[in-house]
Design a protein around this ligand. Structure first.
Ligand code: GDP
Length: 463
């Protein structure tokens, strides 16, 4: 029999109210020892699900805070168990007192994610939905939350179960045909097999391909600003941040450090974790500056987005081209800054042509002009793939799911290869089994206790 657990369900700290959630078989008797309704004749034992009562809670016989109790009856609750949510005044003092009273009455402190784990074990949600709960809690930005929500609504589970159903049908057909040749099972046509497998492969590819963009929307992207001194990196940073974050000066080399700052990029829903760079120069007499440059190069390796800035007021030089070369193959955007100084279009075209081979895209703008923000936002959203991401489509929401989806995709690919290379249907059947096992891992149908422990250990207590 599971224990009855309780935890603070709202974030600790200042706030209007704090909610403590209690779940388990003894929820009602335990809360009955702690919470007393203000109106006589009302009792907790008799409270129906989806109703509320106003009262007070007591700690060691002392009347404490005014409390609203919200009742849920199994199985119609978040966890599928009897649940009562108790709202007290915010700040931690009253909630702490209430938790202490509940412990004294026999409740146990909940572990990380224990409420959601119970919901999973009681069939109230799938593993992918449970993981989405975590994403909803941690997502920042509207679109990131919408993405996480769509998994919570089960659209990922639905997409996967569609793929599973198709693979199961194929497997059953192949098994019948291979194992019972004396029965009158029609042979699966090669065309039919290839078509169905290709459809499932495409569905998985779509999920896998959109993972990166989805992760950008949920967690933001580490962004590095690169460029020679004085090309306008600080000005660009200020354009992005919307206020004077870095000191902008016309003297070369004043931005020394890798400044970290997070900004929401216009209304793209993308959070940029920005690293301002020391002006990148070839030689430095100054040790502090060299260190800054070294760190900028190091950041370049791991950045999810590189904004390399060039100055249209000057000719591109060797240092510019070195920066360009280092950007090759990276998610890098070349920004031709000081468009206002470029005069007629020729200069822009020349610089674009020289830089284009090294970058995913090239954009000319004036960092000084606030109107430049919009085209910059569009270029970044395009580059990161978030522009064409449908926030309501099914999405994989963590690395565990991604790995399982990749395994399934690889197995389906092998099944297709086996047919193309003329191996028999039983070769395809083996691959299909692998694919189905990977998908079962993804949905949690085939998941080990230790993986579950790992998934839920990253949850916050109270969820
Ligand atoms: P950083 O060293 O790369 O950070 O460059 P700053 O942002 O400090 O800019 C260097 C100089 O270029 C400053 O005087 C800026 O005002 C100027 N600047 C930046 N952006 C523009 C622009 O779009 N047009 C013009 N004309 N000047 C700019």
């Amino acid at each position: 029999m599971p224990q009855t657990i309780c935890a603070l369900a709202t974030p600790p700290g200042e706030g209007g109210i704090a909610v403590v959630r209690v779940s388990g078989p003894d929820t009602y008797p335990i809360v009955g020892k702690v919470f007393f309704p203000d109106r006589t004749g009302k009792s907790i034992e008799a409270a129906k699900g989806y109703t509320a009562l106003l009262g007070h809670y007591y700690l060691r016989g002392v009347k404490m805070d005014e409390t609203i109790a919200l009742f849920f009856r199994a199985p119609h609750s978040y966890t599928g168990e009897d649940v009562i949510e108790l709202s007290v005044h915010g700040g931690t003092a009253m909630a702490d007192g209430l938790l202490e009273a509940l412990y004294l009455a026999g409740a146990h402190p909940a572990g990380p994610g224990e409420f959601t784990r119970r919901a999973l074990e009681n069939g109230r949600m799938s593993l992918t939905q449970a993981e989405a709960v975590m994403e909803v809690i941690s997502a920042d930005g509207r679109q990131g939350a919408a993405l996480a929500r769509s998994a919570l609504d089960g659209s990922l589970a639905k997409t996967i179960s569609g793929i599973q159903a198709a693979l199961r049908t194929l497997s059953a057909h192949i098994t019948a045909w291979v194992d019972y040749p004396e029965e009158d099972v029609p042979e699966l046509s090669e065309g039919e097999l290839t078509l169905t497998l290709t459809e499932q492969l495409n569905a998985l590819d779509k999920l896998i391909d959109s993972y990166g963009a989805g992760a950008v929307l949920r967690h933001g992207v580490d962004c590095v600003l690169l460029g020679r001194p004085n090309v306008g990196k600080s000005t660009l940073l200020n354009l992005l941040a919307g206020f004077d974050r870095s000191i902008v000066t016309p003297i070369a080399g004043t931005t020394r450090d890798v400044v970290e700052q997070a900004v929401m990029l216009g209304d793209t829903g993308i959070r940029l974790n920005l690293f301002d760079t020391a002006g990148v120069r070839e030689s430095g007499a100054d040790a502090a500056e060299d260190e800054g440059i070294r760190r900028s190069w190091a950041k370049l390796e791991e950045a999810g987005l590189v904004l390399a800035v060039f100055d249209l007021g000057e000719e591109l030089n060797g240092e510019d081209m070195e920066i360009a070369r280092r950007c090759q193959g990276r998610p890098a955007l070349a920004i031709l800054n000081k468009e206002d100084l470029a005069g007629e279009g020729e200069k822009i075209q020349e610089a674009s042509a020289a830089l284009a081979p090294y970058f995913k895209a090239v954009l000319a703008l004036s960092a000084k002009d606030p109107a430049s923000l919009m085209p910059l936002c569009n270029a970044v959203a395009e580059l990161l793939g978030t522009a064409k991401l449908d926030p309501n489509a099914a999405a994989l929401c963590n690395a565990r799911q991604l790995a399982a989806a990749r395994d399934a995709r690889d197995a389906i690919r092998q099944a297709l290869d086996s047919q193309r290379d003329g191996f028999g249907l039983d070769a395809a059947a083996v691959c299909l089994d692998d694919a189905q096992r990977a998908l079962a891992r993804l949905t949690g149908e085939d998941i080990t206790e230790s993986t579950l422990d790992e998934v839920f250990s990253t949850f916050c207590v109270g969820k």
